[in-house]
Design a protein around this ligand. Structure first.
Ligand code: GDD
Ligand code: MG
Length: 368
């Protein structure tokens, strides 16, 4: 039994964001349920928790919680007890924790719900046990910290400053808050109740200002924030190429792999869900994920793209470096170029030529 098990650690996962940067995908699917290799991203995160011996997760949700609750239920199926706290109005990254205070029984992990990483939570727990203090933050080094929270610390790892989303030329360090924390329960005392509070901008700075210790745990793990389409595609490429360790066979993988084996137009790596139908003259790959039930017509080309379930691609259509949500139809000979993001059930007309980076889809679905 590992240490996490002995201590019956809990994890709070922050999944209340609206996922605005992933629109129109997030009009039909909340960000944590966006699929990675055809499996809702949050299910991957749950697997990581399970591997670390964590058997209780509290989901702090708000935007479209129904899809999340329907998938995980009470968590029995995945071996983790799942509790939900649904915010009527967003409480912010710290307010969301205050809101679940009554469920927290001891030190607990906090996970930003959009981080895809190979971080070993058990190793992080050991580090916290060795260091002591009010908590530990996972940090990662990035080339451009301006989209993240910079975290400054001394050689012992003790954190002295937080600078959220600095202009690139004013970033004090290349080490950023990687969105996984291990906190002592007492941290909740620093969060005022009943109003939105940001952990990055308010709570962490206040904790260190009061002389409490927070420690940095910097690793060189695979790490990506899935919040933007480019990152979402990059994550798939990294899994398909094996840069991000995930139990995926190289080359052709997934339930639909057998249907593609020996197909002259398939360039691996390609991952396919079940019931995919690919015309013998279509070209698929490299770096393509096809969701369950996709159909690809004659002479169509799909490369460097992720198609969710039941996407229909007409004859002669071309999809490149794009994301297409479930149920969408790409008309014959249509062009869906680099950076395009197509929403749920959208129909792209035959012969349509989209601009690079086009986002097609509107919030016509009833958020659940
Ligand atoms: N429950 C709840 N309530 N969750 C929220 C709320 C809220 O009001 N606001 C945001 N979240 C969730 C989001 O769903 C996401 O999983 C996580 O909190 C972080 O929010 P983002 O909106 O994705 O923040 P960010 O990516 O701009 O910045 C954060 O993550 C970076 C690492 O990716 C910060 O923590 C940065 O400091 C950090 O570097
Ligand atoms: Mg984010």
């Amino acid at each position: 039994m590992n240490q996490a098990n002995e201590k019956a650690m809990q994890a709070v996962i922050l999944v209340g964001g609206e996922g605005t940067r992933l629109r129109p995908l997030t009009y039909g699917t909340p960000k944590p349920m966006v699929p990675i290799m055809n499996v809702p991203f949050l299910a991957r995160t749950m697997e990581r928790l399970y591997e670390a011996g964590i058997r209780e997760a509290i989901l702090a949700a708000g935007y479209m919680p129904k899809a999340i609750v329907e998938y995980f239920g009470d968590g029995e199926r995945i071996g983790i007890k799942v509790t939900y706290a649904i915010e009527e109005t967003p409480l912010g990254t710290a307010g969301a924790l205050k809101n679940v205070e009554q469920h927290i029984t001891g030190p607990f992990f906090v996970l930003n719900g959009d981080i895809f990483t190979s971080l070993d939570l058990t190793a992080m727990l050991r580090y916290h046990e060795a260091k002591g203090g009010a908590g530990v933050l996972h940090l990662i080094r990035v080339d451009d910290p301006s989209a993240f929270g910079c975290v400054v610390h001394d050689e012992s790892g003790r954190i002295s400053a937080f600078v959220e989303k600095p202009p690139k030329d004013q970033a004090p360090t290349d080490e950023i808050n990687a969105g996984t924390y291990l906190l002592e329960r007492g941290v909740l005392d620093f969060i005022p109740a009943g109003r939105p509070v940001s952990i990055e901008r308010e709570t962490f700075p206040e904790i260190i200002a009061k002389g409490k210790e927070l420690y940095a745990y910097t690793t060189s793990d695979y790490w990506i924030d899935l919040g933007r389409p480019e990152q979402y595609l990059a994550a798939h490429r990294d899994v398909l190429r094996g840069t991000m360790p995930l139990a995926v066979e190289p080359g052709l993988s997934g339930e639909g792999a057998d249907a593609l084996r020996g197909h002259p137009g398939v360039v691996p790596p390609v991952h396919a869900g079940g019931d995919v139908v690919v015309d013998a003259s279509a070209r698929i790959g490299p770096n393509v994920v096809l969701g369950r039930g996709c159909s690809i017509g004659a002479d169509a080309t799909v490369k460097e793209s992720v198609l969710w379930e039941r996407v229909s691609v007409g004859a002669g259509a071309m999809i490149e470096e794009a994301i297409v949500a479930s149920g969408a139809t790409i008309g014959a000979r249509a062009r869906v170029p680099r950076g395009s993001v197509i929403g749920h059930d959208v129909e792209i007309d035959p012969d349509a030529v989209l601009e690079p980076g086009a986002r097609v889809g509107s919030p016509q679905r009833t958020p659940g």
